[in-house]
Design a protein around this ligand. Structure first.
Ligand SMILES: Nc1ncnc2c1ncn2[C@@H]1O[C@H](COP(=O)(O)OP(=O)(O)OP(=O)(O)O)[C@@H](O)[C@H]1O
Ligand SMILES: [Mg+2]
Length: 502
């Protein structure tokens, strides 16, 4: 019965889209059935987000037809799509950070009372009802700026649901959610399925795709190369469809040899919430040191405190035996520290700039010819990093905003590589990056370590933290609950340590 024609709620036929000379979608056909989840996978830049944006009316398609419930539709823009049964949670959050949760939820559709005045009481009531139904606790009057990325993402999902759409597109919604939040989201998705809603779910996470999807489609270079029922395919087949070849191992061999202690953190505590308490550890030169913990355990805060952007209350950081209690990121950078942040749009990228600007900005001194900046040096450096990172783009002059999410992350990586840092701290460096590119980043990390650089990497992905580190420090509720040798530990031990101070 699942194959009966009337079960198909959304049908995309022969959809194509180009940006200039770049053909991003090539005659795509896709059918999504009522009450099911369609997984959409593909490498960074394959065209997943573009396809969904064409559906949603953010972009206008060049060719093709879209049928919703058997009726042809063509949305002039997101508002039109929302009002006609399609909602979308975007990969890059687009919220008004200075407004609160309620405002963001009702933006563009404030309910008014009989006097024509915005009905704040009703907004509050509907919002709390919605979050209650979804099993979420959110401070409705808190401004978005003070919420974590994952909380903001949950708000965005709640907003999509609140439109009572027939089709909901979720573009990498779990990239910054905690394990518990993902479970909550999946419960929500199952609930929506039962109500007959169709979901399109984009993710690079294999295990999640298999857990929640009924069918899976794969995009490769703008072509839809496979659609199968989840039960009829497997991880290897998906990877082969995505990258066009099979990938033997997910992790390269860890063959770096750590040397002497280079970084020593002693009794570090922070002044403001969330508090870090009395954290001490040492990291060796040429070592890859992982930081594991549940979201909120303080891993990001620890990196930020070392990097000088969070206020210390007590403690010392030594590098090569010299005190390095930084008070600003600039100071840290001048002493050979680098940090890739978790939230790229807010902290890592200049969205109005091109790749050249975004690659060279942290390191301008290096590109001077006399007193002025040398364009050719900057272009050359950018081209080099594009090559090293296999960044999918037309060239150095591309605007960063025209790159796919995963490829933007690669540009950030390239920017820091240009600085040649001694201590490289990375917060969830492979978030949103496809399997093939992840492997390349792992290789890069291991090669850096082999060249004597020290890497501290925060990751919430258990296989990743176990796959690419020499040792792992586990954090729990602002404290360091243990340090283990990666070769001698396992998932259970990491989980036990991350719950130690809860
Ligand atoms: N506004 C734009 N202008 C020019 N090119 C664009 C624009 N948006 C996307 N592209 C190009 O379209 C291609 C597909 O990008 P898209 O964002 O759809 O990839 P994706 O499959 O969602 O990748 P990811 O997994 O990294 O999110 C990329 O090569 C990208 O550079
Ligand atoms: Mg995308």
């Amino acid at each position: 019965m699942a194959d009966k024609k009337e079960d198909i709620v959304l049908s995309i036929r022969g959809m194509s889209k180009s940006f200039g000379r770049n053909r991003v979608l090539d005659h795509i056909n896709l059918d999504v059935k009522r009450g099911t989840v369609m997984g959409l996978m593909g490498e960074n830049g394959a065209g997943k987000s573009t396809m969904m944006k064409c559906l949603f009316g953010t972009y206008q398609k060049d060719e093709g037809n879209i049928f919703l419930g058997g009726r042809e539709v063509s949305f002039s823009g997101p508002k039109d799509a929302l009002e006609n049964g399609i909602a979308m949670v975007h990969q890059e959050l687009n919220q008004c950070l200075d407004r609160n949760v309620i405002d963001n939820l009702f933006l563009g559709r404030y309910p008014r009372n009989s006097m024509g005045v915005v009905d704040e009481g009703r907004m509050k009531k509907e919002a709390s009802e919605l979050f209650r139904k979804l099993g979420m606790t959110v401070n409705l009057t808190q401004s978005m700026r003070h919420m974590s990325v994952s909380q903001r993402q949950m708000c965005e999902i709640a907003k999509a649901i609140s439109y009572n759409s027939e089709v909901i597109v979720l573009d990498e919604p779990t990239s910054s959610l905690t394990v518990q939040e993902v479970e909550k989201l999946f419960r929500m998705m199952r609930m929506l399925k039962e109500q007959g809603i169709a979901l399109i779910y984009i993710s690079h996470k294999m295990d999640e795709i298999f857990e929640i999807c009924d069918e899976i489609s794969v995009l490769r270079d703008g072509n839809l190369v496979m659609t199968k029922r989840a039960g009829d395919t497997n991880m290897n087949e998906l990877i082969a469809a995505m990258v066009g070849r099979s990938l033997e191992n997910r992790f390269p061999p860890i063959d770096n040899i750590p040397g002497n202690v280079i970084l020593s953190v002693q009794h570090l505590s922070t002044k403001f919430e969330p508090h870090l308490q009395d954290i001490s550890f040492e990291v060796k030169q040429g070592e890859i040191f992982g930081l594991y913990g549940l979201v909120g355990a303080g891993r990001t805060e620890l990196l930020e405190t070392i990097f000088g952007v969070r206020t210390r209350a007590a403690g010392h950081v030594y590098c090569n035996g010299r005190l390095m209690n930084f008070n600003s990121a600039k100071e840290a950078m001048d002493h050979g520290f680098a940090m890739i942040t978790e939230e790229r749009k807010a902290n890592g990228l200049f969205l109005k700039g091109d790749l050249i600007f975004n690659t060279t900005i942290a390191n301008l001194e290096q590109y001077k010819a006399g007193a002025a900046l040398s364009d050719s040096k900057m272009v050359k450096a950018t081209a080099k990093e594009i090559k090293v990172m296999h960044t999918k783009c037309m060239g150095p002059e591309d605007m960063i905003s025209s790159l796919s999410g995963g490829n933007q992350q690669k540009v950030i990586f390239g920017k820091w590589l240009e600085r040649g840092p001694q201590i490289f701290m990375m917060d969830e460096p492979t978030r949103g990056i496809d399997v093939g590119a992840k492997y390349e980043i792992y290789e890069l990390i291991i090669n850096m370590a082999k060249q004597g650089k020290t890497v501290i990497v925060v990751s919430s992905e258990m296989p990743e933290i176990l796959g690419i580190t020499n040792r792992i420090g586990v954090m729990s509720n602002g404290r360091l609950s243990g340090i283990v040798n990666t070769k001698e530990t396992n998932q259970e031990e990491l989980l036990r340590l991350s719950a130690k101070y809860l």
